[in-house]
Ligand binder design. Sequence first.
Ligand code: MSP
Length: 656
Amino acid sequence: MSKPFYVTTPIYYVNDKPHIGHTYTTVLADVLARHHRMLSERVYFLTGTDEHGQKIEKTAAGRGITPQQLVDEVAPNFENLWQQMGLTVDHFVRTTHTAHKAVVQARFEELRAKGDIYKAEYEGLYSVSDEAFVTETQAKELQAQGLAHQLVTLKEESYFFRLSAYEHWLIQLYERWPEFVQPEFRLNEVKQFVAPGGERGKLQDLSISRTSISWGIPVPGDEKHVVYVWFDALLNYLSACREGHWPPQVQLVGKDILRFHAIYWPAFLMAMFRQDGDDLQGELPERIRRQLPETILAHGWWLMGDTKMSKSLGNIVRPKELLHFGSDAARFFLVRDMQIGFDRAFTFEAFMDRLNADLANGLGNLAARSISMLQRYRGGAVPVPAVFDDLDAEIRALIARTAPEYLEKAGRNDFNGALETLWTTLRALDGYIVKAEPWKLAKDEANAAKLDTVLAQLFRALRMTAVLAAPVMPDLCQLLWESLGLPGAVADQRFADLMIEAPAPAPVADPKPLFARIDKEAAMTEIEALKAAEAAPATPRLDVPELKETIDYDTFAKTDLRVGLVLEAEEVPKSKKLIKMKVDLGFEVRTILGGIKEAYSPEDLVGRRVVVVANLAPRPLMGIESHGMLLAASDNNSKPYLIAPPEDAQPGFIVK
Ligand code: MSP
């Protein structure tokens, strides 16, 4: 049975629109998933949405809809985006799924029965935006940032998780299995947090239920409580795990949510997997370690200059701005430019420079030159090298060590470093062409063997690049693969079968341009336009009642709609709304009153074609009998817009 590889992203809050941060994490997870498939592992890639909590409840209330309606409306934003980007997600979990809720409730009960969850009184400062009770230090930090308004005092009966009891095991986890948190300096932060006598002191038990919120998973048997969002959210990794995949190998998180994943999450799991007789003050059993995630991989943040991206600053980079350059380009940049763990400033300038240098020039140029030389000098057939001078031998050795070095770095989740290795080799190959001067070798038959070697080595390096970089740029590498005359899908290749020196099975094809050079100025104008469209105020939501009950055709057909022509119009004295019109219906002229004064003046109406409900029983309005009604479109807040048949529709025409 092949090795399982279970990779997760955080589940995203649905009250936010996807941005570069979400895109980065999910793309990185996709790169990991694809990479491990090419290592012949059994991959399971999970992402999803976090849909409970006070923020959702409030936003929904503000819009006059139920929380369920709200989450059903916005969760697909994320799912669709990942689909559009071609991410190979195996499962999209939503915390409002019945299966998830059932697991959360079952685990809650189990821990309550074990004594790891108990009920007590809780009073504290609660940060609405973080959905968490905050310590005094955190409260001070928020106040210093001018965010005091986000804090409220909450006092309520609450269920607690016995986090303090797991401190000893947690510390052992970090000491004995330091790979649990990567990169290392992020582990140190976690240790600081938990260490006895560390700056934060001993771990406190954790409140994991609320009575002040109703949008959540009810505590079984005590339904005025709902499960606190982090116990609910973190359990998604368990509830949505596919059989045979537990535990996760890599769980990607941003630095801001590392604490939840590196402290609470393993403690919850320790509590679930411990057995009677396990000593919480003794050694953490290996058996339990094996049930915990192998690695929590914490990345830094994409920043704008030195500052955080935020809605209020209006400096958020959106996925569609990145995708404007193509999905592979966005993937390449995000993975290549961010060193995992550290923050990174984003600029479109750097983004475009990277793509031009590495994809349009770099790889694109090298592939185009190499393939066209193979065609020009060898009719597309890839030669077998026989002679190696010093330069050739140096390049041969470089190509041979690139793949293991790339795979070693990728194996440590360092794709930024792995791509750097690969591109260093590609640059050396450019240098190889310059030094070997194949165009000169081609002029003299005596140099044929030497030329064969140069061309063959270029081919081998490109074939290797297509395979190694396929998880990062699936489409571009497939194109390169086909240009090299190679059969099938590059994604179906296995790194273990990467035989760099194997002969080519077929002649190369015509070189296809891999990546068109970006005209930076023109691209920036297009990006500004996308940003402007994003910033434009959204059209206000429609305020319309629910759809009326279904009727059959015969019922509808009883309504006789006709085209009318307004001959005369005048305001009805003392009425705020009514206008009296004489309307020609072709077969007769009628008096019709319309409540349209706020939107139309009598002069506007004369000569206008309208749609009339012609068989409506007459009814008196302000003492005048109206013989029909005009059709108009509106919602509860807008002015009426008269339905206008085209100029050549004659009065009396039937509307159906
Ligand atoms: N719902 C919780 C996670 C629960 S997981 C059991 C949550 N959601 S979130 O939508 O607010 O954030 C999701 C992720 O986006 C976090 O990992 C966060 O670090 C990441 N990012 C938010 N802004 C970011 C950048 N500017 N750059 C990189 N990642 C960023 O937290």
